[in-house]
Design a binder for this molecule. Structure first.
Ligand code: ADP
Length: 352
């Protein structure tokens, strides 16, 4: 009888993990006798959106397998952490990734990668499980920003599939195309080669269980964006701009790309980077050297929120060069990124 019950448990696929109920680790216990079959299923939340439909499917399948048991089949839903034994046997490391956030910009050089690394570090310091995928395929800068330029990712078998193990730095799971090629070579990549590699990095990275996966997008709008947008269900996009770039059409084009009917990704807001400068000797002064108010105006015009204003801070620039992100706890820049990270968490929690 046990074998038949296992067969039923293996035949039902959990829509979220893409794995069978047993492989998803949600079967806490199975009790069988002539009097009853009782299965206890674990869900992180009692009101998990899939709990009811899985329980119904299981009842139906068990009833079909054991018609004589009829009313004696009981499925209990319990709150608890699913117990997966190792990695899922599926060539998709994304299976246990929570919310996915794209960090984008209209043009290069506005600090998009710096913002992505610092937001990742901030979220990790707050206690979230965070991953960062450096998809800025023509200029991958995250290995340098995290000080792991020499990291060589290991390959690991999971079931029949080879998975790539990300770097673990400052509490962040980091994967970058830069781990596989030098930055100079990246510039020579042609479209299909770049998108193929990216697809592989997205699905074959052993992300493990994450609350947030941040994607450092390439600047602008193009083929690589379309690949990412078609491979992943992105929960929200964040647009980074400097005051002088904010009025440019590229920023609006970026916003329009996410909002287009086909893509339909909510824009969580705009972050104005290098918004002002405060000299160390005049800590109360703000010099808006690149102009003032542009990001707010754009946000109003586009109907999105201004979710962060980050000043020019020497330690942010130095940190990007030396592999110590400015948002690490105890640094002057920490507060700016932490506030913005919190806004993003809140917005995603409210489903934008
Ligand atoms: P992008 O990803 O948009 O091309 P980067 O993140 O590589 O831009 O940033 C470009 C340069 O600006 C880097 O040298 C980085 O250190 C610097 N930078 C970014 N944000 C700040 C900031 N808030 N204060 C000081 N320097 C910054």
């Amino acid at each position: 009888m046990k074998k038949e019950v296992d067969k039923v448990l293996d035949s039902i696929i959990h829509p979220e993990t893409g794995l069978s109920l047993r492989a998803s680790g949600i079967v806490e216990s199975v009790a069988m006798s002539d009097e009853r079959i009782a299965v206890t299923l674990l869900f992180k939340r009692r009101r998990d959106p899939f709990a009811k439909s899985i329980a119904r499917q299981l009842t139906e399948a068990l009833t079909a397998e054991f018609p004589q048991m009829g009313e004696k089949i009981h499925i209990e839903i319990k709150e608890g952490e699913p117990q997966t034994a190792g990695e899922p046997d599926k060539a998709d490391g994304m299976a246990r990734v929570g919310k996915i956030i794209a960090i984008a910009s209209g043009k290069g050089g506005v600090g998009k990668s710096t913002v992505a690394s610092n937001l990742a570090v901030s979220l990790a310091a707050t206690g979230y499980r965070v991953g960062l995928l450096d998809a800025d395929i023509y200029g991958p800068s995250q290995p340098k920003m995290f000080g792991v330029e020499d990291f060589v990712p290991a390959a690991e078998m999971s079931g029949n599939h080879e998975m790539i193990v990300p770097a673990h730095v400052y509490g962040v799971e980091l994967m970058s195309v830069g781990f596989f090629i030098s930055t100079d070579d990246a510039l020579l990549w042609r479209g299909p080669m770049a998108t193929g590699a990216l697809r592989q990095l997205i699905h074959q990275t052993r992300w493990g269980e994450l609350d947030y996966l941040l994607i450092d997008m390439p600047p602008g709008t193009g083929d690589v964006h379309l690949t990412i947008l078609s491979e992943l269900k992105i929960d929200g996009a964040v647009i980074v701009s400097t005051p002088q770039q904010v009025a440019l059409a590229d920023v609006r084009r970026g916003i329009a790309m996410f909002r287009s009917d086909k893509v339909n990704v909510p824009v969580l807001g705009i972050i104005e980077n290098m918004a002002w400068f405060t000299p160390a000797e005049l800590p109360d002064n703000r010099y808006y050297i690149f102009g003032r108010g542009g990001a707010r105006e754009l946000a109003i015009a586009e109907g999105i929120d201004l979710i962060g204003e980050i000043p020019i801070i020497q330690s942010v620039m130095d940190g990007a060069d030396t592999g110590k992100p400015g948002a690490l706890p105890g640094n002057r820049a920490e507060i700016y990124y932490r506030e913005t990270a919190q806004i993003i968490v809140d917005k995603l929690g409210r489903n934008c």
